[in-house]
Structure formats: C-alpha cells, structure tokens
Write a protein that binds this ligand. Structure first.
Ligand code: GDP
Ligand code: FE
Ligand code: FE
Ligand code: FE
Length: 195
C-alpha cells in the first residue's frame, strides 16, 4: 500500500480543491464516485487502494480543457499525429496525463498509466488500469442501458468487466457512426476472449 505523501506533494484536501476548480460540478461529483468505486474494487481485487483513489480523482482532470490546448500538446510533445483526427473523448485521457503532471505534480507511473488508458484501454493493462477503466463505467451515477450487466461482469472478474465494457463501447460508437481510435480496437481484440 502506497502512502499519499509519496504520490502527492500536498494534501488530499488540496488535491480535491485543485481538481474541483478545473471541473464542472457534475463532473467533479462523477470523479468522486469513480474514486469510491475504484477504492472498493482495489479492496476486492487486491490492488493499491491509495493509488486507486488518487487515480479516480484525477482521471478526468483534463475533460473541460479547450480543444486548442490538446492540439498544442499533441504537436509540441510529438504525440501520435493521428490523435488530431479525434476529439476530447480520446484526448482527455491519452493527452490528459500531460496536464496532470504539469498542473498537479503527479508523476506516479501507475497512476498516469491508468489515466492514460481509462477511455481506450490497452491490450495489456495492470490491475489498477483495469480498475479505473471499470470504475469509470460502473460508478453509481451511471444509468445507461447495460450498466447492470457491466456491474455484474465486474463482480465476476476485472477481465470480464474490461471485456464487457470494450464490447459495449465499440457497439455504441458503431451505432453512432463514430470513428474508432485504432488502439480502442486493439484493446477490444485483446480482451474480448478473456478466459
Ligand atoms: P467520461 O470521460 O467519464 O465521460 O468517460 P470515458 O473517458 O470513458 O469516455 C469518453 C468518451 O470517449 C465517451 O463518449 C466514449 O464513447 C468515447 N470513446 C471511447 N473510445 C472511443 C473511440 O475509439 N473513438 C471515439 N470517437 N470515441 C471514443
Ligand atoms: Fe474520461
Ligand atoms: Fe471509460
Ligand atoms: Fe470519467
């Protein structure tokens, strides 16, 4: 179990304060529910509870930033140029880790990995990666059709939860005729057969 002081150069109260100033109130409520859900999953599945909580609080830190801010970072940090063909839905996680390091001074690789993968997943995901990915989808405020099946899958195993969520996300995106980011497809292919 890690200590908060090893993850943050300030208090947990200050973390909440900094994040709440960056997010709309509804979004800040969501991230607090994700942190609660992630903490419970970490207890159930034997992952680092402190990292789960912090990752939950910061996972959507970049969600309300303007598109222009993401485009600048994609160019200046020489990230995958294909990212420019997508939108905030993809950027706030993959590129969001840049702002979390810059503004929140959080550099823990396990936390940054979980935030970077929370929307699109990855073929290989740590326990913490899987927990944040799932918690974001099943936190108690989520109401979409299929959320109960997603919660059941997450009770069975983390892998079942990840597989269920990727299938549901791809179905949703196809039904809306949205472009699929290739890494989302790679994640789906890696997890669809999970046992
Ligand atoms: P939130 O930030 O808590 O709302 O949840 P997520 O970070 O999981 O998802 C953000 C958005 O990205 C959702 O609207 C997803 O449907 C969308 N999304 C996820 N994968 C892809 C993808 O491959 N392509 C596109 N265009 N959107 C995606
Ligand atoms: Fe998100
Ligand atoms: Fe998600
Ligand atoms: Fe979220």
């Amino acid at each position: 179990e890690s200590n908060l002081a090893d993850l943050l150069p300030y208090s947990y109260a200050e973390l909440l304060d900094r994040v709440s100033q960056k997010l709309k109130p509804k979004r800040f409520e969501h991230v607090q529910r994700v942190a609660d859900t992630a903490e419970k999953l970490a207890q159930k599945y034997g992952a680092d509870v402190t990292r789960a909580r912090v990752a939950g609080i910061v996972h959507d830190y970049a969600k309300d930033l303007p598109d222009e801010a993401f485009k600048q970072v994609i160019l200046s940090q020489q990230l995958d140029p294909a990212l420019l063909g997508y939108n905030n839905g993809i950027w706030h996680g993959v590129v969001g880790t840049y702002f979390i390091q810059r503004d929140l001074q959080i550099y823990d690789p396990a936390i940054l990995s979980a935030v970077g993968k929370h929307t699109i997943g990855a073929p290989k995901m740590s326990k913490l990666d899987q927990i944040i990915f799932i918690a974001d989808f099943i936190e108690p405020g989520r109401e979409f059709p299929g959320v109960d099946a997603a919660r059941k899958a997450a009770e069975t195993s983390l892998a079942a939860g990840v597989a269920f969520e990727l299938a549901q996300t791809l179905n949703f995106l196809v039904s809306k005729k949205q472009k699929i980011y290739p890494k989302t497809i790679a994640s789906y292919n890696a997890w669809v057969v999970h046992n």
